[in-house]
Design a protein around this ligand. Sequence first.
Ligand code: NAP
Length: 285
Amino acid sequence: MIINRLAVIGVGLIGGSFAMALRRAGAVGRIVGIDSDAVNLSTALSLGIVDEIADDAVSGVAGADVVFISVPVCAIESVVRSVSAALPAGCIVTDGGSVKAAVVRMCDALMPPGCRFVGGHPIAGTEHSGAAAAFPGLFAEKRCVLTPGLTADPIAVETVSSLWTAAGADVCHMEPGHHDRIFAEISHLPHAIAYTLVHAVGTADVEGENVLSYTAGGFRDFTRIASSDPVMWRDIAMMNREALLASIDGFSASLAELRRRIDSSDQAGLTEFFTTAKQFRDGIV
Ligand code: NAP
């Protein structure tokens, strides 16, 4: 066992799966759940994801060795502000949020003396939300990026790292700003494009036809992630604004280049464009 008591604030897909994975690994003694959605919280209790539930975050963090925050990223600051005075001495606070620079900056500043914050981001997920969507194998053989600040306590980093390893993840470390620029490209941009594509096609008018009624495998595969929680993605777009805008600009330039080659019937240019992209894609699968 790595820790005795874990408090999970936000027992949804990520918080619930983390709790289930740690329980399955025998890494934690007791797990308390806290969530603003009372129905979700009682689902988490009835599914055995948590051992007990707390009425509020302040009572929920009492006695916790580790507090794991897995709420939408814009809500992390208010959660930490609300519990910081109640955190037990020696407590480690960590999170699973998809944006790191702003979160690490805020949370480091809000830690009371004797408590330590270690930022984290599991590179795993699905388009589903809530405790009912959680499963213990979510993080198996997936990366988890830890983004300890410059003054992070090495023992706290080691404890959080051990928990993610017990949950099945491969842990790596990154500077928070570097994390945000990488994941703007590889995760936030694809979600933005998937939402935009469905938005564009869903509002397209082709002689009055409902275009979406003709969707088949390709469109559905490509747009699966546009079924993800809109609040979560609103928050990610707001918190990783600069990096996401830069990624969108890069994408717009690529799309404009493709448009130019189509417009000029540039056969060789189109073959080269699609071949280069295919080679990148084939290289990752
Ligand atoms: P989720 O399934 O929607 O679960 C989040 C839970 O937190 C919901 O039950 C939500 O309740 C609750 N909540 C919201 N604000 C709260 C607050 N102030 N206090 C207590 N509970 C609160 O979300 P998730 O997919 O697990 O995502 C959680 C975090 O993980 C996010 O920061 C996200 O960026 C990150 N993440 C997600 C994925 C993914 O694929 N889903 C992958 C990696 C990282 P309400 O429904 O009432 O708001």
